[in-house]
Design a protein around this ligand. Structure first.
Ligand code: SF4
Length: 158
C-alpha cells in the first residue's frame, strides 16, 4: 500500500515535463540528512486508483507527467499505479526512488523516467554535479542517463 501526504505541480523534477509530483510516505530508507523525515512515517491518505483519478480530473489537462516521489516500500504498487495513469490519461510517468539501485528490472517499462539514489548531503541533489543520484529516461526499454540535464553549464533547464 502507498500513502501520499501532499502533491504539487513542478517543472524541475523531470526535464521537459510539467509534473504532478506526489509525495509518498512510509519511506523505508534511512538517508543521513533526510530532507523530509516525516515521509518515513505512516501518514497521509492512501494512494488508490480513485484518489489518482480525482487528481487527474483536476490537473490532467495542465500536466504532461505524473511523478511518484518515493514509494520504495511497495515499488510494484508504484509501477501498477503508473500504468493506470498511462491508461487513463496517456500521461508520462516518473518515479523517484531513494534506493541505490533499481530493485527489479521488471519495473522499467512502467515508467518514462526513473531517478535512483539516496540523498547524501555531501554529494547533493540531482542539480549538483557531484551527486550520487541519477535520472534515467526510458527509451525503448533502455535506461539512458540524463542526469547532466540538471547541471547548469550543460542544462537547458536554466
Ligand atoms: S528516500 Fe531518503 S531522503 Fe527521501 S524520504 Fe526516504 S529517507 Fe528521506
Amino acid at each position: 500500500m502507498l500513502k501520499f501526504t501532499d502533491y504539487d505541480i513542478v517543472f524541475q523534477e523531470v526535464p521537459d515535463e510539467v509534473s504532478l509530483a506526489l509525495n509518498l510516505s512510509r519511506c523505508p530508507n534511512n538517508c543521513v540528512g533526510c530532507h523530509s523525515p516525516q515521509l518515513r512515517d505512516d501518514i497521509g491518505e492512501e494512494l488508490t486508483e480513485d484518489a489518482l483519478l480525482q487528481l487527474l480530473e483536476k490537473y490532467g489537462s495542465s500536466i504532461t507527467c505524473v511523478c511518484f516521489m518515493g514509494g520504495d516500500g511497495d515499488p510494484h504498487e508504484v509501477a501498477r499505479l503508473a500504468r493506470f495513469v498511462r491508461n487513463e490519461k496517456q500521461l508520462k510517468t516518473a518515479w523517484y526512488s531513494g534506493r541505490d539501485k533499481l530493485v527489479d528490472v521488471s519495473l522499467i517499462p512502467s515508467f518514462d523516467y526513473i531517478k535512483i539514489g539516496p540523498y547524501i548531503p555531501e554529494k547533493g541533489p540531482l542539480k549538483d554535479e557531484n551527486t550520487n543520484q541519477r535520472l534515467y529516461k526510458i527509451v525503448n526499454g533502455e535506461m539512458q542517463d540524463i542526469t547532466s540535464r540538471f547541471w547548469r553549464k550543460n542544462s537547458s533547464l536554466g
